[in-house]
Design a protein around this ligand. Structure first.
Ligand SMILES: [Zn+2]
Length: 427
């Protein structure tokens, strides 16, 4: 699904322009204006954050993590971008930013960090990508247009209704998030280190961050695949960070890493670290279709954290994959009740009810999804299917028409098209 700038360019041609790099002051080739960086982010970021199961419900933790970054961004080269930060409920290890400055770190990675300086290094690195406009440099206008519909094709390519949002489908916004060049990564590291030092942290924090990533990669290679596909070559980066910490930023040595404050603020999250770990193992097992194994891991997670949104949702998906619909529904409804503002559990519950021919209840769940995450084409299709099940052909046709307007390919579009034909709405 990832369409790199290189792949998109020859097919569509690019309308790139020149801009002055906010970082170096030199002319750089960019394919997005700052307004487009912001608009594309607004369009795509909510989808991706929801794919990562939304921000953690612990408001104090989000506020703490955001505060660390918000203390740095006024000291960057683009202080006026609409930055926003959150800790995501996802269990795998990752952190990323959109070109408009919307960023996230997964809780799976958060629990691996040791102090605030490492967190500052991580946000600093992501701020580096935004400030050097790396995504804009990779993107052409065609890519901007593609991104605008990327969320749609993913949502409706969820095969038939039976297959809800797939685990490991961290592909939502991959066009924007993946495939930075090594030079981009080096530059983001260097900028991140500069920003964190400006904010009063010791430059060694960047070394610590890279050591965490290296260690995690050795322990569970699969957990880091996503992150290292976009942030590769870590041992070289450790060495670079170390060298800068000793030379250029030698003066920052001895500044506080704020370990105590970090440990206090993340205490609740670290308490459920075994559950996060078990979820992560369960997701890996799910991706290999080892469902009974996965179920055991999710059971372990739920013993530690019975009211965990992610664990309940994953258990539901795991049971659904084994054809255990009533049990799956029970966990999906628990997840919805635990975190009604997050969209994915509503979809999961709606799909399960649609399968069980409870069309009215399915529709209600999809409407809740809509409220949490507006503009998802897959949900338009599922609402159409619910209306069809209820015998409301007119409303079903309205929804199917919206599907075929935005989507020409894929099973959902084909199904919608065949219905419209059969009912005389289309030729
Ligand atoms: Zn990066």
């Amino acid at each position: 699904v990832a369409f790199s700038a290189a792949a998109a360019a020859p097919a569509f041609g690019t309308l790139s322009g020149c801009a002055v790099s906010p970082v170096t002051g030199e002319q750089v080739l960019v394919g997005m204006t700052p307004q487009q960086e912001i608009a594309v982010t607004a369009r795509v970021a909510p989808q991706q954050f929801s794919t990562d199961l939304g921000a953690v419900q612990d408001q104090a933790l989000n506020a703490y993590a955001s505060g660390v970054a918000a203390n740095m961004h006024p000291r960057t080269h683009r202080p006026d971008m609409p930055y926003s930060y959150r800790v995501l409920n996802a269990n795998y290890l990752n952190a990323y930013t959109f070109p408009g400055g919307a960023m996230g770190i997964t809780r799976g990675l958060m629990v691996e960090l040791d102090n605030e300086a490492e967190l500052a290094a991580l946000w600093g690195h992501e701020l580096g990508h935004v400030n050097a406009r790396h995504a804009a440099q990779r993107a052409g206008q065609a890519m901007v247009a593609e991104i605008a519909v990327a969320g749609l094709s993913i949502a409706v390519s969820d095969k038939n209704w039976g297959v809800a949002a797939g685990i490991g489908a961290q592909i939502g916004a991959s066009a924007l998030l993946a495939s930075y060049s090594r030079d981009n990564e080096r530059e983001a590291d260097a900028l991140g280190q500069e920003y964190m030092v400006r904010a009063g942290y010791p430059a060694e924090g960047m070394v610590g961050l890279h050591q965490v990533l290296l260690r995690s990669q050795k322990e569970t290679p699969s957990a880091l695949e996503t992150m290292f596909s976009s942030h590769p070559m870590s041992s070289e980066r450790v060495a670079n960070a170390q060298q800068l910490a000793q030379a250029k930023y030698g003066g920052s040595r001895g500044a506080p890493v704020q370990r105590e404050r970090f440990m206090d603020s993340t205490a609740q999250l670290r308490r459920i670290k075994p559950a996060i770990q078990a979820c992560k193992e369960g997701e890996t097992a799910m991706s290999r279709k080892r469902y009974p194994d996965a179920q055991g891991r999710f059971e372990t997670a739920l013993r530690t954290a019975p009211r965990d949104y992610a664990a309940n949702l994953r258990m539901s998906q795991c049971l659904q994959a084994q054809g255990r619909r009533p049990d799956a529904l029970r966990y999906a409804d628990t997840a919805r009740n635990l975190y009604p503002q997050e969209a994915q559990a509503h979809k999961q519950a709606g799909v399960l009810r649609l399968q069980g021919k409870q069309h009215q209840e399915a529709l209600a769940a999809f409407e809740q999804f809509d409220q949490a995450l507006p503009g998802d084409a897959g949900i338009v299709f599922l609402k159409g299917a619910s209306y069809e099940g209820m015998g409301d052909r007119a409303r079903a046709a309205q929804h199917y028409q919206r599907v075929v307007r935005t989507q020409q390919q894929g099973e959902a579009a084909q199904y919608a098209q065949s219905r419209l034909k059969a009912w005389g709405y289309a030729k």
